[in-house]
Design a protein around this ligand. Structure first.
Ligand code: HEM
Length: 119
């Protein structure tokens, strides 16, 4: 742990923040390339379980500090969080920072096209 504001302080701070419009969030599909551009402490996004969060306001409240966090901005931190602190409820801790979802192209491949032996 490091000195300074705590994770609990951020949960308190979130009370005064406006709640995201979840309908808008659910339809705001962001590409991996787009997310990766937001990789600085003054403009930092992360992916957690397929949702995209702008964690810029959270960084200074993270109990584990910013050193390990900053290099991961713009990326998917789901696995890292599971490894480091799977007891932390990430979704609850940063729920007001959610901005969108990861865009996944839905591709269907016809079984006919995949079958190398033809019809
Ligand atoms: C938004 C995402 C995250 C949230 C909400 C979060 C939240 C927390 C919380 C609540 C703690 C204190 C846990 C405890 O005392 O039991 C903690 C500790 C810690 N976090 Fe995170 N974390 C996040 C992302 C990350 C990332 C990306 C890393 C970097 C790899 C990381 C590394 C750590 C470390 C190393 C500690 C332990 C600090 C210590 O005990 O000295 N966290 N985090």
């Amino acid at each position: 742990m490091r000195p300074g504001p705590s994770g609990i302080a951020f949960i308190n701070k979130m009370k005064s923040m406006t709640s995201p419009n979840m309908q808008a969030v659910e339809s705001n599909y962001l590409s991996l390339a787009q997310i990766l551009e937001h990789n600085t402490p003054t403009d930092g996004w992360i992916i957690y379980r397929n949702y995209v969060y702008d964690v810029t306001p959270y960084l200074m409240y993270h109990p584990g500090g910013t050193d390990c966090f900053i290099p991961l901005l713009g990326t998917d931190i789901t696995e890292t969080c599971q490894k480091i602190h799977n007891w932390v409820n990430i979704e609850f801790s940063i729920k007001k920072l959610v901005i969108g979802k990861v865009a996944v192209k839905e591709v269907t491949v016809s079984s006919e096209k995949r079958n190398p032996f033809g019809k």
